[in-house]
Design a protein around this ligand. Structure first.
Ligand SMILES: [Mn+2]
Length: 323
C-alpha cells in the first residue's frame, strides 16, 4: 500500500489505537503524539496504547499526559492499530495478541519484520517522524500556517528528528530531514526549547551516574572499541535506576580512534547490549547475529540466559570481524 492509501485507510477507520516500541524514545513518542494530535484535530476517535510510562524529559510534548501506562491493549471497537517506530511484534508496547482488526506498521528500521497487515517501511527516513510528516500531509494537515495546534504537532515531530539524528550529527540525516525541519521551524517550532527540554534537563544524580559509568570505560581492540559494562549492582549506592543509556553510550564515540561503542547492561534474565558505530562498521548486522536489530550505526540486542562475561566475549568476537 502507498502512504497515500494508508492515509486514506486511517481516515476511514472508526476507532484508532496508536502505539510504539517498548521503552519509547523521543522518535517513538514524538511520532505517536504527532499522529495522535493530528487525528484529534481532524475529530477522529483515537487513543494511545502504551505499556510504558514516559521519561520526564518528554513530558513537554502535547498529549503526553495521555500516556499513563494503563491502556495496554486495544479497547472495544478499535478497528485499526497503528504501530510507529517498532521493528518487531515482540517489541510493541501493546498487547495485540487478541486484536482482530488491522495492524498498520509504519517504521524506518531496516530490520523491520513486516509484522503488520499493512506495512510501510522507509529505511531512508532518519526518524519515523519523517514518514509521519508525509502521512499527515497526505491526510490534509497543512504546515503552511502558524497556529498552536500545528505548532504542537510540529514540536512532536521535531523532537523525533532531533532524537534519532543525534541533533543532526548522524549519517542518517538527509536533505529531506532538513527540508522537514525547515518547514517545522517556519511554523514556529522552538528548536532551542526542544533541545534543552530533551538534553539540558538532567537531574544532578544522572550526571553523577554518567560519571561513574564513564570512569569504568575501557578501550580495547587497539583502541577501536570503547566498552562500558553496567552490572546489576551498578546503581545500588546511588539509589536510582539507570534507565535509558543512550546518553552514556554516545560518549564512547567522542574518543579519537574509536569506531564502535559497546554498552552491556545486566538485567534480570540476561544481558542487554547497545552498539553504536562511528563511520564504517554495520552494527545492525552484528546485532542480528544475536537476534537483535536496529540501524546501521545504532543497534540493540537482548540476550537471555547469558552472563555478562559470555555476552561480552561473543559480541566482541563479532565486532572484531567487522573492524
Ligand atoms: Mn526511530
Amino acid at each position: 500500500m502507498t502512504l497515500s492509501q494508508i492515509a486514506k485507510f486511517i481516515l476511514e477507520s472508526k476507532k484508532i489505537g496508536i502505539t510504539y516500541h517498548v521503552s519509547p524514545d523521543g522518535d517513538a513518542v514524538g511520532s505517536v503524539l504527532a499522529l495522535f494530535n493530528a487525528l484529534k484535530s481532524l475529530n477522529k476517535d483515537c487513543y494511545i496504547i502504551s505499556k510504558d510510562t514516559l521519561s520526564e524529559n518528554l513530558k513537554f510534548l502535547k498529549g503526553s499526559d495521555e500516556i499513563t501506562g494503563e491502556i495496554t491493549e486495544p479497547v472495544d471497537e478499535t478497528d485499526v492499530v497503528v504501530v510507529l517506530d517498532c521493528g518487531n511484534l515482540e517489541r510493541v508496547s501493546a498487547n495485540l495478541k487478541e486484536f482482530t482488526g488491522t495492524i498498520i506498521n509504519i517504521d524506518h528500521h531496516l530490520s523491520n519484520d513486516k509484522y503488520g497487515d499493512i506495512n510501510y517501511i522507509d529505511s531512508n527516513a532518519a526518524a519515523t517522524a519523517e514518514i509521519v510528516f508525509e502521512l499527515l500531509n497526505l491526510m490534509g494537515i497543512s504546515f503552511e500556517k502558524e497556529d498552536s495546534v500545528i505548532k504542537d504537532i510540529g514540536t512532536c515531530m521535531y523532537t523525533s528528528i532531533v532524537t534519532d539524528t543525534g541533533a543532526y550529527r548522524h549519517s542518517n540525516v538527509t536533505e529531506r530531514t532538513h527540508r522537514i525541519s525547515a518547514v517545522l521551524k517556519k511554523i514556529g517550532v522552538d528548536n532551542t526549547f526542544i533541545y534543552q527540554s530533551l538534553f539540558d534537563n538532567k537531574d544532578f544524580s544522572r550526571i553523577k551516574l554518567i560519571g561513574k559509568a564513564l570512569s569504568s570505560m575501557q578501550l580495547i581492540l587497539n583502541g577501536k572499541v570503547a566498552l562500558l559494562e553496567i552490572d546489576k549492582n551498578f546503581t545500588a549506592d546511588l539509589g536510582i535506576d539507570i534507565g535509558d543509556t543512550s546518553d552514556i553510550i554516545s560518549y564512547g564515540l567522542q574518543i579519537k580512534g574509536v569506531e564502535v561503542t559497546l554498552l552491556l547492561k545486566e538485567v534480570e534474565d540476561g544481558v542487554k547490549a547497545s552498539l553504536r558505530a562511528k563511520s564504517y562498521v554495520d552494527v545492525r548486522k552484528i546485532a542480528e547475529v544475536f537476534g537483535g536489530g536496529g540501524h546501521i550505526r545504532a543497534s540493540g540486542i537482548k540476550i537471555k540466559n547469558m552472563s555478562m562475561e559470555e555476552a561480552k566475549y561473543e559480541i566482541l568476537n563479532e565486532i572484531q570481524k567487522e573492524l
